[in-house]
Design a protein. Structure first.
Length: 153
């Protein structure tokens, strides 16, 4: 199974120059907890999460409109996967990097979507109910979730 088969398409993005307020509004409007951060060519430079916004605001004692995304994600590498990657390789990246979401890029390196642990669990769950989902077991999904959740406790 390829990442492109289960990823979330049509995700909104922000730039390092965006304010935390802008990023928070994107999350609110999209009912999501993370937004890929892209450069001027559409290539990912990171991911900002709702936790990043909360911590950035609390630690900098400024309004969200006065804090740039780059102020809170600066220096963190952009962990990602490719649309044609095998799902098990993406799970290894999530597990190894302790992240719940990966920007998904195409051949040109531009963001096409995002792969979340929710996407993985949803498709593994379908497999556990008798539908055929090759290469993605419920155990794979749960073990990845456990590894990522353990890091955030």
């Amino acid at each position: 199974m390829k990442v492109g088969e289960i990823m979330t398409h049509g995700v909104r993005t922000c730039t390092p120059e965006s304010s935390l307020e802008d990023a928070a509004l994107i999350m609110w409007d999209g009912d999501c907890g993370a937004v890929p951060v892209i450069d001027h060519e559409g290539r990912p430079v990171g991911v900002i999460t709702d936790r990043d916004i909360a911590m950035g605001s609390a630690l900098q004692h400024k309004s969200l409109s006065d804090i740039r995304v780059s102020d809170v994600i600066n220096g963190r590498p952009a962990h990602l996967c490719h649309v044609d990657d095998d799902i098990k390789n993406a799970l290894k990246t999530m597990w190894g990097q302790k992240v719940r979401r990966l920007p998904v890029v195409g051949m040109d390196g531009r963001v096409l979507g995002i792969l979340s642990i929710d996407d993985v669990i949803t498709h593994a769950e379908r497999g556990s109910r008798g539908q055929t989902v090759p290469d993605l077991s419920f155990d794979d999904a749960m073990n990845t979730l456990k590894a990522v959740a353990r890091y955030h406790l």
